[in-house]
Design a protein around this ligand. Sequence first.
Ligand SMILES: Nc1ncnc2c1ncn2[C@@H]1O[C@H](COP(=O)(O)OP(=O)(O)OP(=O)(O)O)[C@@H](O)[C@H]1O
Ligand SMILES: N[C@@H](CCO)C(=O)O
Length: 291
Amino acid sequence: MRTVRAPATSANLGSGYDSFGVALSRPADIVSVERADRTTIEVTGAGAQFIPEDPAKNTVGAVARALDAPAHIKIDKGVRPASGLGSSAASAAGAALALNDLYDRGLTREELVPIAAEGEAVVSGAAHADNVAPALLGGFTIATADGVRSIETNVPLVACLPEEPISTRDAREVVPTHVTIEELVATVGNAATLAVGMCRSDPALVGAGMADEVVTPHRAALITGYDDAADAAREAGAHGVTVSGSGPGVLAVCPPDRRRDVAAAMVEAFAENGERARAYRTWTGGGAEFV
Ligand SMILES: Nc1ncnc2c1ncn2[C@@H]1O[C@H](COP(=O)(O)OP(=O)(O)OP(=O)(O)O)[C@@H](O)[C@H]1O
Ligand SMILES: N[C@@H](CCO)C(=O)O
């Protein structure tokens, strides 16, 4: 048996659609695997009632298939599904690391990224790697068609989760298919600023680089109370606010001593819009690890 703790992640970070991702120090899924003749799945924990145990529909089933590693897989969900915090990716990354070890496949964490991304294709229709990459490698990651780059970083964050779920599949439908040259120039500048900020563990620079006028406004429109929550977070000291992944989670970067105020301000703003929300005061964190 192998057991792995696999972290929540936040993808896109505004300017890095389908490329940037960051691992969060909490929450996390716990994934345990035992050899078996065929794959079976058992899910407990946050939102377990909404997660299929059929291996054809669960991200970990796709990973077991891709690694040719049938197993009984237990998932204790700490990351609520359809939250924007990489719930489906946390399980996939945890299963990939655990099954790779259980079956002695000898793959590196980088090599496990496309395998874990097979799970994302099952739930969202696209094998995007921007959540599974940080879930496996930790820190800040850039996933491109050529592979994954990652760096360690230390940035304080608040992740606020309104209760109303949004599926990644639905949220991908509202993303525009074309950009203007002006939008491209602005996006390159913001994304580069964010990457430098991550390299320097500088929350102000990361916050500035989160700005995005291409994808984020379309996703934000799906989240009741987003504008008020973002304004409240900025007033409470956040350097930058964006939609986490495909939403409804909202991610704020702020100075370490402002996290409590930013979290409270966002929860209150959502409440004023009739939305119950929970906020995690967190940091960028490490990748999946054996426990
Ligand atoms: N192991 C799993 N953990 C969580 N969700 C899963 C899992 N396997 C399948 N799913 C399904 O995936 C969907 C949730 O994935 P989705 O990508 O929409 O949300 P997310 O992973 O929380 O968010 P995001 O990718 O935007 O950060 C739900 O429909 C859920 O039933
Ligand atoms: N890049 C993906 C992440 C989903 O968490 C999207 O925004 O659709």
